[in-house]
Design a protein around this ligand. Structure first.
Ligand code: SF4
Length: 199
C-alpha cells in the first residue's frame, strides 16, 4: 500500500529557532492545522485538502538529496497525521528526524528531537509530555508568560525552555528579556530565518 501525505512545501534551509538554530535542515511542511492561533504566520497551511499529496518514497528521495544533517517535520500541525510510516521510512535511510508540534493531537512517529510549542488555542494532548526535548512558548501577550510557567511545571528541570516573541509583537521583547533575567532557566529564541528573509 502506498502511503502519502498532503504537503504544503519541502525546502532546504537552516533551522531558525530554538536549540538547533543555524543548523542546515531539510523541512517537510505538512498540510492541516486545527489549532488556529490568531497570530499564525502559516495560515495557508490550515486546510487539509487543498494541497497535493506526496508518496513517502518521494519524500524520502527528496530528504536524501538534500544531504542535510536533519529532516524537520513541521506544519501546520503535523500530529494531525499518523507520522509512524513516514518516520519509519526516513529512519531506514539513517536520517536524523526532528518534529515541530503544538502537541494538540496524540503523538506518533519516531523522532530524535521534538520541539513542543504548545498554544493556548488548543490544549495539548498528554502524550507529548514524555516526548518533548525543548519547550518553545510563543509570546504574543503578557498572559503567555503565565502559560509558559504552567506548561513548564509539567516537566523536570532538564527540558530546554525557550521564549520566542511573536513576530508582530516585538513591543513585548523588553518584557521577555526582563522575564529571562529574573528566570534564567528560560532562554530567548528569535526567528533567525525571518531576519535573514529566507524560508
Ligand atoms: S499551531 Fe502553528 S500552524 Fe497551527 S495555527 Fe498555531 S502557529 Fe499556526
Amino acid at each position: 500500500m502506498t502511503i502519502s501525505y498532503p504537503i504544503v512545501e519541502t525546502f532546504h534551509s537552516i533551522q531558525g529557532e530554538g536549540f538547533w538554530s543555524g543548523t542546515s535542515a531539510f523541512f517537510i511542511r505538512l498540510a492541516g492545522c486545527d489549532v488556529h492561533c490568531s497570530w499564525c504566520d502559516q495560515k495557508e497551511t490550515w486546510p487539509l485538502n487543498k494541497y497535493p499529496v506526496m508518496d513517502i518514497k518521494d519524500l524520502v528521495a527528496q530528504s536524501l538529496l538534500a544531504n542535510s544533517p536533519m529532516v524537520v517535520i513541521t506544519g501546520g500541525e503535523p500530529l494531525l497525521h499518523n507520522l509512524a510510516p513516514l518516520t519509519e521510512s526516513l529512519k531506514k535511510e539513517g536520517l536524523r528526524l526532528h518534529l515541530e508540534t503544538s502537541g494538540s493531537h496524540p503523538f506518533s512517529g519516531d523522532f530524535d528531537w521534538v520541539t513542543f510549542s504548545p498554544k493556548t488555542f488548543k490544549i495539548p494532548d498528554q502524550s507529548i509530555y514524555s516526548r518533548a526535548d525543548e519547550l518553545k512558548i510563543i509570546v504574543a501577550s503578557q498572559q503567555d508568560l503565565q502559560w509558559a510557567q504552567e506548561i513548564s511545571a509539567k516537566f523536570d528541570d532538564n527540558i530546554l525552555k525557550y521564549l520566542q516573541p511573536e513576530w508582530n509583537s516585538t513591543k513585548l521583547t523588553p518584557i521577555i528579556l526582563n522575564y529571562i533575567q529574573d528566570n534564567p532557566q528560560w532562554r530567548l529564541s528569535l526567528q533567525m530565518h525571518k531576519f535573514l528573509n529566507i524560508p
